[in-house]
Design a protein around this ligand. Structure first.
Ligand code: SF4
Length: 216
């Protein structure tokens, strides 16, 4: 059901009250560390990534060191995150591009970010939102896609690009990035993939899924 602007704002505020810290659960002191941590998080939990990155970034403490790293040695640090051949290859190749083409800086445009090996829209949006604080950023991960659909903020599509477009139309631009981070927290704690704890959900008043199940 289409929501009014004030309903969307109320929903956004309720989620903010429930999760005041709308931050990424990956740990990253440097922007390029976020870039590589997100690459490592593909098909892996943030918790697992946070366990391997301290040793990885201690061994290669600069971008230049990563650019010159032996891929096989990088693999040994990230083995437990899965798909480690491709991830190690992408990390070293991206580090080389950042050093040679961007003077060690992570680019701040979607177009440039998407040219980096292993970087898709989700990663690029995360960099634009968390590192460069650009308004209107939407990180359409699995939690965001699922819960936005249940709430009725999207038409229920599972296509990340469509979710991104639809959410960008309804969310306040300055809130969209943190809103997505909060949906991840909500998706882990309350609105899970296989089970919804609607009775304890602060978003009930604006949730289409809840309205549907209670009308039966
Ligand atoms: S009311 Fe239920 S379905 Fe809706 S967001 Fe909350 S937990 Fe998810």
């Amino acid at each position: 059901m289409k929501k009014t602007k004030s309903e969307v704002n109320a929903l956004v505020d309720a989620l903010k009250r429930a999760y005041p810290d709308g931050i990424c659960s990956l740990q990253y002191p440097k922007p390029y560390e976020l870039l590589f941590s997100v690459r490592l998080s593909a098909q892996c939990t943030d918790e697992r990534v946070n366990k391997v990155t301290p040793a990885l970034f201690a061994r290669y403490s600069t971008l230049e060191a990563l650019a010159e790293a032996d891929v096989t040695e990088v693999e040994s640090y990230i083995h437990s995150t899965g798909f480690f051949h491709a991830k190690a290859r992408d990390i070293v190749a991206s580090a080389q591009i950042l050093v040679s083409q961007y003077a060690g800086r992570v680019p701040d445009t979607m177009e440039e970010l998407l040219k980096l090996p292993g970087v898709g829209r989700k990663t690029a949006n995360l960099i634009l939102g968390d590192v460069y604080h650009m308004p209107g950023v939407v990180v359409a991960d699995t939690h965001c896609i699922r819960i936005s659909g249940r709430l009725g903020l999207t038409d229920g599509t599972k296509d990340p690009v469509k979710v991104e477009t639809q959410l960008r139309k309804v969310l306040p631009p300055e809130e969209s990035n943190d809103f997505c981070h909060r949906l991840v927290l909500h998706g882990r704690a309350v609105c899970m993939a296989r089970r919804t704890d609607c009775g304890n959900c602060t978003l009930r008043p604006w949730c289409d899924h809840f309205t549907t199940i209670t009308a039966k």
